[in-house]
Ligand binder design. Structure first.
Ligand code: NAP
Ligand code: ZN
Ligand code: ZN
Length: 348
């Protein structure tokens, strides 16, 4: 077994603290990755605090992982020692169902999540990227160019793919009006990607202070949602809204901003349900859909797209010892726009 240092929460109410555990010995198709950087996703907070229910404790969060391969199993074909790689939210799936065959492993009923999940034996817990190293089957590992700023690549593994996938699915391009609701980790990637794809992008935010940043990130317009006028001025304006808001909100108000036959994609996942009036969809044949990260092949496609278009996350790098403060700051919207843990701080 491979001795591994990490940070874990022992219960929904305890802070993240140092925690040591064992990674499995390498199976033939496994690679061992020394973790360099791990982004902090709002989903880490939801799960460390058991806000979605059924969290497995102790929990070692982290699914925006970038590192270097230090060892490979006997039959690994796609990677070599020393290579820079990424791991996102998925580390295994059944590989036989229609979802797996179609590259939609995230919807496989036997998907194994990077943390807060169990391996295929249904017993062994998975531990995520707030740790020194991870062992992953090569089929769930992504290629990353070592020439990129690797700390700024880490958030692409969740925030990047979660926004890229619905933008692609909805065929976003020139001439389309796209709104991004919530300018956080996911939101800022949605702005960069949608504008790279040619759309005219508007940020819908609770934070007036983010207006200048929004423009720098590539948004063409910015509207404050606390300003009641926003919902009248922009009524019927958007082809697509990417909704990243992490708390319950007035969804009918946002649906009114769509054009006839427009679509709102929910990616934000609050812990409680909230109301929707059917007339918000009926009036204008509007569509409400959800989207969950993306499959492995699409994640590689997104990483290649970002490398080609020079799209990276805007980050604040922290040592792991500041993780609990970072959680509190993220909950207050005080991050520009993703915290990334420098994992050297864990082993020093
Ligand atoms: P984040 O960085 O905290 O961003 C969330 C943003 O929501 C905030 O920056 C803020 O933007 C806005 N917001 C916060 N409180 C609000 C309120 N009361 N009313 C309206 N807007 C508010 O979080 P994230 O990492 O981007 O994640 C966002 C959500 O997506 C979380 O629920 C997370 O679990 C979920 N998620 C889903 C997937 C998926 O596959 N579907 C993947 C990853 C994460 P402004 O300051 O601009 O208002
Ligand atoms: Zn995430
Ligand atoms: Zn499957």
């Amino acid at each position: 077994m491979l001795f591994t240092k990490g940070f874990a929460a022992q219960s929904p109410t305890s802070p993240l603290e140092p925690f040591s555990f064992q990674r499995r010995e390498l199976k033939p198709k496994d690679v061992l990755i020394e973790i360099m950087y791990c982004g902090i996703c709002h989903s880490d907070v939801h799960q460390a605090r058991n806000e979605w229910g059924a969290s497995i404790f102790p929990i070692v969060p982290g699914h925006e992982i970038v590192g270097k391969i230090t060892k490979i199993g006997s039959s690994v074909k796609r990677f070599h020692i020393g290579e820079t790689v990424g791991v996102g939210c998925l580390v295994d799936s059944c590989r036989a169902c229609s979802c797996c065959h179609e590259g939609l492993e995230q919807f496989c009923s036997a998907a194994v999540w990077t943390y807060n999940s169990t391996t295929k034996d249904s017993e062994t817990p998975t531990y995520g990227g707030y740790s020194s190293q991870i062992v992953v089957d090569e089929d769930y590992v992504l290629h990353i160019s070592e020439n990129l700023a690797l700390d700024r690549v880490a958030p692409l593994l969740c925030a990047g793919i979660t926004t890229y996938s619905p933008l692609k699915y909805c065929k976003v391009g020139k001439g389309q009006q796209v709104a991004v609701a919530g300018l956080g980790g996911l939101g800022h990637m949605a702005v960069k990607l949608a504008s790279a794809m040619g759309a005219e992008v508007t940020v819908l935010s609770t934070s007036a202070a983010k207006a200048k940043d929004a423009q720098k990130l590539g948004a063409h317009h910015f509207a404050v949602t606390a300003d009641k006028g926003t919902f009248t001025t922009l009524a019927g304006h958007f082809d697509l809204i990417i909704n990243t808001i992490a708390v319950p909100h007035d969804i009918d108000a946002y649906l009114r901003l769509l054009k006839v036959e427009g679509t709102m994609v929910m990616v934000g996942l609050p812990s409680t349900s909230f109301n929707l009036h059917p007339s918000s969809l009926i009036q204008g044949r509007k569509k409400l859909m959800g989207s969950l990260i993306g499959g492995i092949a699409e994640t590689q496609e997104m990483l290649d797209y970002c490398a080609e278009h020079n799209i990276l996350s805007d980050i604040e790098v922290i040592p792991i010892q500041e993780i609990n403060t970072a959680y509190e700051r993220m909950l207050k919207g005080d991050v520009r726009y993703r915290f990334v843990v420098d994992m050297k701080s864990l082993v020093d």
